[in-house]
Design a protein around this ligand. Structure first.
Ligand SMILES: C[S@@+](CC[C@H](N)C(=O)[O-])C[C@H]1O[C@@H](n2cnc3c(N)ncnc32)[C@H](O)[C@@H]1O
Length: 239
């Protein structure tokens, strides 16, 4: 399926991720002080995947969550709109031949998933909602492909609420991230410049993400702040 470059936000996301796959896992861990691998593991635990279940990982990127799920015996489909990130995922899968029969990566958009209603036992997505124009419609589309009673979970960045930690987070995102990104590449410089303000905008516009999930028909929504609020893991049940 061809990606639709139909809004400035989508065009920016496609451009941004076209230059990132090479060092994605290491950079993500470094920029989050080694925390984001732990957030992904918490997500996978929260949706309690069982061996043999079909799980869709949306915005799979280089497949970091997809591989965690496959290690637990799930049949995983990873979807992403960026061919560059998917190329990174497929290269990583080649380095893990024992998982090859359980994981496949395909191009697709979260806004219009190429699947039937209720095809999956569970669904995960990571760092997606800042890149879509219509979050409610996207949440409904994610919920659509999960069978009733199936689990849905996400990881997103948060902003610490304690004043001193919020100041430290601002310094980290406004000074350290751009500086470290600049040392790596132009693409990572752009990530460093963009990420902090973009995370704050998400939480200003959507101060209650759990309500958004509920309005999309997801029930029993729970959340856990991670690393003093710098990470957010949320999960619930498809209606
Ligand atoms: C920060 S990366 C997260 C990758 C991975 N899930 C992880 O755990 O690190 C965000 C990913 O979302 C993808 N993405 C952004 N908007 C999307 C959309 N509308 N549909 C599908 N993928 C999207 C990007 O291409 C990128 O690979």
């Amino acid at each position: 399926m061809a990606a639709r470059a139909d809004s400035p936000r989508k065009r920016h996301a496609l451009e941004l991720f076209s230059g990132l796959p090479a060092h994605y896992g290491r950079m993500g861990a470094m920029l989050s002080f080694g925390q984001d691998p732990r957030w992904r593991r918490t997500l996978v635990q929260a949706i309690a995947p069982q061996p043999g279940e079909r799980v869709l990982d949306v915005a799979t990127g280089t497949g970091l969550v997809a591989f965690e799920l496959a290690h637990r015996g799930c049949e995983v489909v990873g979807v992403d709109q960026s061919e560059a990130m998917l190329a990174g995922a497929r290269a990583a899968l080649e380095r893990r031949p024992s998982l090859a029969h359980r994981v496949r990566f395909i191009r697709g958009e979260a806004e219009a998933l190429p699947f039937e209603d209720g095809e999956f036992d569970a669904l995960t997505f990571t760092y997606l909602l800042r890149y879509v124009d219509d979050r409610m419609a996207t949440m409904r589309e994610l919920a659509r492909v999960v069978k009733p009673g199936g689990r849905i979970g996400m990881v997103e960045f948060g902003v610490p609420s304690a004043p001193a930690l919020r100041v430290a987070w601002r310094v980290h995102t406004r000074a350290a991230l751009p500086a470290v990104g600049s040392l790596v590449s132009g693409a990572w410089r752009e990530v460093g410049r963009f990420l902090g303000p973009n995370i704050e905008q998400l939480h200003e516009h959507e101060p209650d993400l759990a309500r958004l999930w509920e309005a999309a028909g997801i029930t029993d929504v729970r959340q856990r702040g991670m690393s003093f609020g710098a990470g957010l893991v949320m999960w619930g049940t498809a209606g």
